[in-house]
Write a protein that binds this ligand. Structure first.
Ligand code: 3H9
Length: 689
């Protein structure tokens, strides 16, 4: 027997044990022996029932994603499931950990599913730009009903074992020795006698589908697909499960799967799956981790409060420090309010709310940070203030504690140098709201110790963040590239575009919103203040701010917002202002096409990414993609700017940048040498896009 699949006979019950660490993916070297084992057991009279279980931390977590895009090796998962359905004796999947994708589809080939109470079950293929391709869209609706299945398949979100039991997906939930319970269950089923009906023949729940309700739900979900093909394919496949005979629906699912798996969107989303996991790895030798049990946060404003909530949500006790009792109470009551809103929305239980609030301790005394293992400073973005904070921190923090600054732009080397322990200092750039946004840029300063970095990278995952290690520069990876993306915004307006035309080019590309709508949401006064501090101007934006048009919060900015509405409406006053400024500057206005908008905003974005790579501020092109997808809304179906550059064609990007460089002379358009190399090789230094 193969080492990936082992069979044992437990007093008449055959146990097929899959062992393919780390997540028991259904790689070819699992599928082949699994098929052979099941074929043999089908005709083995000494086996009265069959249990499929997994070694290690989880049941099968899906097909092996690394095999997609390569020639398919037989037997495929579909053949294994089809074989399972020809077995007359009871077959039982014993599920612990996660039964995901092809793993759940394998379990759906069994007559019965039993689960550990901590197990999770789902079909997350949509998150990889796919639909379940092993019969999941056709079998799951037969067990749980079409509307429940549709919700699960289009969201990709797994459900708990108890929800799965209520829905009819699992037959029993156990607490304790799952394998022993699974064997006992299988023996009982065998003793009760058949016939045992395969899922494919159970049509009762499907027949209950109310077509109008299904159509309504499908239309709602389709509206949210925003240019992604996979959610639409999932809907089509589940509808087929209702309207077509089983085998036809199964064949249609296969065709949809083959189309998606070879398409750019799924390639992009698979790239992101591995990129996110890669980004958390600190290059070099894997160091020891420091112990982090207690976290201190300095500053209880919006950012500090959000960071504190992120840690409390991850189960960490948090000390929140403020300069005055009043500011502290304001911060704590904001946190309480946020949790109360979550409870009222049903996303948090009352019990969890109380438990999380119990993790907070407020203080106005730096000495209370003495036993913290990690302290994050989230005070005003000003070098002098931050240095002062780090000076005080240096005096009280215990040796070996990690000291982090939550800065968006400032030089972390300079901050580190204000302490006597620069090896313990790093940046943690959270995105607002910090308890919601997934991205965390971890800034490696010149002297940051590798174990401090690795500790924070691991910690980030524990609090549900997607972490990327970046180097020191103004704005790090994300905000530095954001400046490059926005450098042409005003020129585009002055030369003839309107804010809504630019924003539409962005939303058509797949961004959730365009730069002007985004500016109105964030507040135009923030950029204005920054520009003033740096001696910069923006002719149109500065005037809007002088007029008190700060965006949504003042009811007008680049757009108008009717009393309290968040819907932007084009404003003729703004268009008039743009025309007047253009005339004053002697700029002739003309039609600006969407293609030009993309070229002048997103090509400089890629170009700046190339410079960042060249300088070593990011270790890998895929790290940059992770930053942009998780922090700035770059469309996942395009894989991030550096992956998209490959789809767009490096040569075209270089050629158009050169064109704009020649026309404007602006350095933003000067192609980076790494971009030129990419145009020739199609690869960002080993990161094959
Ligand atoms: C599918 O099933 C299609 C079918 O419908 C049809 C087929 C015809 N394959 O996430 P972690 C690696 S599509 C290959 O850090 P965790 C991962 O890259 C699939 N590799 O662990 C990492 O490698 P490394 C549907 C995989 O404990 C290591 O395993 N299923 C796969 O935080 C550990 O992963 C999914 O989409 C895979 N399927 O989370 C589930 N999965 O150490 C995808 C993981 O070298 N997987 N790896 O960096 C997950 O969601 C999480 O991995 C899981 C564990 C929740 C299981």
């Amino acid at each position: 027997m193969s080492s990936s699949v082992n069979v044992a006979n437990e007093n008449g019950v055959a146990v097929v044990m899959i062992d393919n660490p780390p997540v028991n993916a259904l790689s070819f070297h699992v599928r082949e022996p699994l098929y052979e084992a099941l074929a043999a057991l089908r005709d083995d009279a000494t086996a009265k029932a069959i249990v499929i279980a997994c070694a290690g931390r989880t049941f099968v977590a899906g097909a092996d994603i690394t095999e997609f895009g390569k020639p398919v090796q037989q037997p495929e998962l579909r053949a294994i499931v089809a074989l399972l359905e020809t077995i007359a004796k009871p077959t039982v999947a014993a599920i612990h950990g996660t039964a995901l994708g092809g793993g759940l589809e394998l379990a759906l080939g069994c007559h019965f599913r039993v689960a550990d109470q901590g197990a999770k079950l789902g079909l997350p293929e949509v998150k990889l730009g796919l639909l379940p391709g092993g019969g999941g869209t056709v079998r799951l609706p037969r067990l749980v009903g079409a509307t429940k299945a549709l919700g699960m398949i289009v969201s990709g979100t797994p459900i708990s074992a108890s929800e799965a039991k209520t829905a009819g997906l699992v037959d029993a939930v156990f607490d304790g020795d799952l394998l022993a319970e699974g064997i006992r269950f299988a023996r009982e089923m065998a003793a009760a006698g058949g016939p045992f009906t395969p899922v494919r023949e159970r049509n009762g729940r499907l027949a209950e589908t109310e077509p109008a309700a299904f159509d309504r739900q499908a239309a709602e979900l389709a509206k949210k697909a925003r240019g992604l093909e996979a959610p639409l394919a999932c809907i089509e496949a589940v509808r087929n499960a209702i309207t077509l005979p089983f085998d036809e629906a199964l064949a249609a699912e296969r065709q949809l799967f083959l189309k998606l798996v070879s398409g750019d969107q799924s390639r992009a989303q698979r790239h992101l799956f591995f990129a996110e996991r890669e980004a958390a790895k600190v290059p070099g030798k894997d160091p020891q981790r420091r112990k982090i049990a207690r976290v201190g946060i300095i500053g209880a404003g919006t950012m500090g409060g959000g960071i504190a909530m992120a840690f409390a949500n991850g189960g960490f006790p948090v000390i929140l420090l403020e300069t005055s009792e009043e500011a502290l109470q304001r911060g704590l009551s904001m946190i309480e309010k946020n949790y109360a809103v979550s409870v009222s929305r049903g996303s948090l239980s009352e019990e969890a709310r109380q438990q999380r609030l119990g993790l907070f301790k407020g203080s106005t005394d730096y000495a209370d940070l003495a036993d913290c293992d990690l302290v994050i400073e989230a005070v005003f973005e000003d070098m002098a203030v931050k240095k002062q904070v780090f000076g005080k921190l240096d005096a009280v923090a215990r040796p070996g504690a990690i000291l982090a600054t939550n800065t968006s732009y400032l030089d972390v080397n300079e901050i580190a140098a204000s302490t006597a322990r620069p090896q313990d200092v790093l940046g943690m750039h959270f995105f607002s709201p910090a308890n919601v946004m997934k991205l965390l840029e971890i800034v490696r300063a010149e002297q940051t110790a590798p174990d401090a970095l690795a500790t924070v990278a691991e910690l980030a995952r524990r609090i549900g963040k997607v972490a990327v290690v970046v180097g020191v520069c103004h704005g790090f990876v994300g905000n530095r590239m954001l400046s490059a993306r926005g450098a042409e915004n005003e020129f585009l307006l002055l030369e003839g575009a309107t804010p809504s035309q630019v924003d539409k080019a962005f939303t058509d590309f797949g961004w959730p919103m365009g730069p002007f709508q985004m500016g109105d949401l964030a507040g135009l006064d923030i950029g204005w203040r920054n520009r003033k501090a740096r001696g910069l101007t923006a002719v149109v934006a500065d005037t809007l701010c002088e007029q008190g048009r700060f965006g949504q919060k003042t009811g007008s900015g680049w757009y108008r917002y009717e009393s309290g509405s968040r819907e932007p409406a084009a404003d003729s006053d703004v268009e008039e202002l743009i025309r007047a400024k253009a005339a004053a500057l002697g700029i002739a206005r003309r039609e600006i096409a969407a293609d030009e908008i993309i070229e002048r905003t997103l090509y400089p974005l890629v170009n700046e990414g190339a410079r960042i790579l060249e300088e070593g501020v990011a270790a890998r092109a895929s790290d940059i993609d992770v930053v942009w997808v998780n922090g700035y809304g770059f469309p996942i179906g395009k894989g991030g700017p550096m992956f998209w550059a490959g789809l767009e064609g490096g040569a075209r990007i270089v050629e158009r940048l050169e064109h704009w460089h020649e026309r404007t002379g602006r350095p933003i358009f000067e192609p980076a040498s790494l971009l030129r190399r990419f145009a020739e090789t199609g690869s960002w230094e080993g990161v094959d896009c």
